[in-house]
Design a protein around this ligand. Sequence first.
Ligand code: BES
Ligand code: ZN
Length: 631
Amino acid sequence: MSHSFLRPVPPSLLLVLAAACSAPAPPPEITAVSFSPDPHSYAQPAQARVTAVALDLTPDFDARVLAGTARLAVTRAPGASSLVLDVRDLTIGRVTDAKGAALTFDLGAAKPFLGQPLTIALSPGADLVIIEYRTSPSAAAVQWLAPAQTSGKTLPFLFTQGQAILTRTWVPTQDSPGIRQTYEAAIHVPAGMRAVMSAEEVTKAGEKDASGRAIFRYRMTQPIPPYLIALAVGDIAFKPIGATTGVYAEPSVVDRAAAEFVEVDQMIAAAEKLYGPYRWGRYDILVLPPSFPFGGMENPRLTFATPTILAGDRSLVSLVAHELAHSWSGNLVTNANWNDFWINEGFTVYLEGRIMEELRGKRYADMLRQLGRQDLDDGIADAGGPKAADTHLRLALDTRDPDDGMTNIAYEKGAAFLQTIESVVGRDRIDAFLRAYFDRFAFQPMTSDQLIAYMNETLFKPGEAEKVNVQAWVFGPGLPGNVPPVKSEAFEAVDAQVARWTKGDAAAGLTTREWSTQEWLHFLRALPQTIPAARLTDLDRSLNLSASGNSEILFAWLEIAIRNRYEPAFPALERFLLSQGRRKFLRPLYEALAKTDWGRTMAMRVYRQARPTYHSVSVGTIDGILKWQEK
Ligand code: BES
Ligand code: ZN
């Protein structure tokens, strides 16, 4: 483990810094950290490491293949003679040095989810490796959409999803979050389409390749973990929001998206006030077709988002605050490996709550926090109860797919840990701590041990670490007893309406005027587990739940409908499962269906139709739930 931050800054560096004071800030250096081991990567970065990736790729929408070259800049230890990369389902062609001389390479045995090590013999002095390659049509990171799966219905679409260890299925590099790399790319696309990436666009107007394809160029000059390299290609329009913000989406969606996200500049201002400058230049949001498997993905400069947050009333935009917050927690300071995923997500949920509190006030943020606590309780139950090892913040995923560890625990127990620290040291001190933390560790990986050492060094006064009970929070199971209670005032009023309805009042007579989406969600979650059909009809008729255009409300209602086998809602359930691929919605619904024979039959029928439209990430999860065998 590295404690490099504990070392004093050498005087020579101080002189350099002093001399540089008036000069513009230098680009962030790729730090010479000692690499903490990553069980999910074959790379041996202490021997030779990739510092920069340059891609030249052409998507073939018929073959569903990305083909071209990756040019890797390499630094290596004296005497190191080989470079080890992570690859999965790639076809490797020639590998050469900068002068075009062939380099010998070896592809090791493939392991489930990890893929293969690609070991390249480095010629003496060579610091550049060029790999010709193509992806597989089933590359897990890449979803190829037929025109029918887009809202325009005329052109195909593709997007990538790198987190956690999927980048290796489309980019041959060292796919570990602790090995930061800059990147650039030239993407050759057919007429009528645009390529967007998680980087700065440097496209030359009108540039075409020999086959007449338009070339889109991007560059990311700040070192990022490779899971943040991202690409989308399709009929993509752009609409600005502020001077440095905007929305990309299919033409028929872009206006709606821009209206939904008008608060994005305020969100950036709130985040900067709390946590220091936004360091990535522009902040745009790409709204993807509905098969995008996540709510959002924090690709730098360009958050990828599901269209299911376009509720029409800005009620689900805390998701944007979340992805934006990753511009600090996650993208600037990054979990060193996936066992420390909570350092990305727990911090981000905490920041999200603070940003939303700045925008909409405490009453609103408290609702988000209380819903989060409920998610945490569910997460602990799903993980096997409060003693289960999967309820630790710091995980031991070593032989498992990191995807298995990406549960509500990292998000909500992580956020609850920071709320606990806040309750002990106060807001002013945790705010000052976080701001300094993002400055101090910008563009660096972070482990639980390093974080705790830094907290002990700069945050806690004597006795406070014990009062917080840091060790129990990070390395122990369940929810420590000192978690501060969250009590939403707004939800107390909702509970009163739940009580009225449960006693037999008609839904039409309840006081629900002015309820926000969050109040509706609390209402639905607080209803009894078992509800007779007539009472469900009362709810559905008066509150129009099956027809809700709000994906979160509809989802909460459909869970109730399945639990109670309320068949009038099943057409809506089927439509929902067929019309979007967000795993957070799919997983619980398929799980609930799979519990009964009738439900399982329905699930299999719907899934047979839906499966080809889902992303590999969702397919992997639902296959597991339904024990699906591809015939
Ligand atoms: N980084 C995650 C998405 C992710 C996690 C992708 C793990 C792959 C592996 C993103 O920031 C996220 O947490 N998205 C959430 C929404 C958020 C508001 C909790 C989601 O997709 O639902
Ligand atoms: Zn997140």
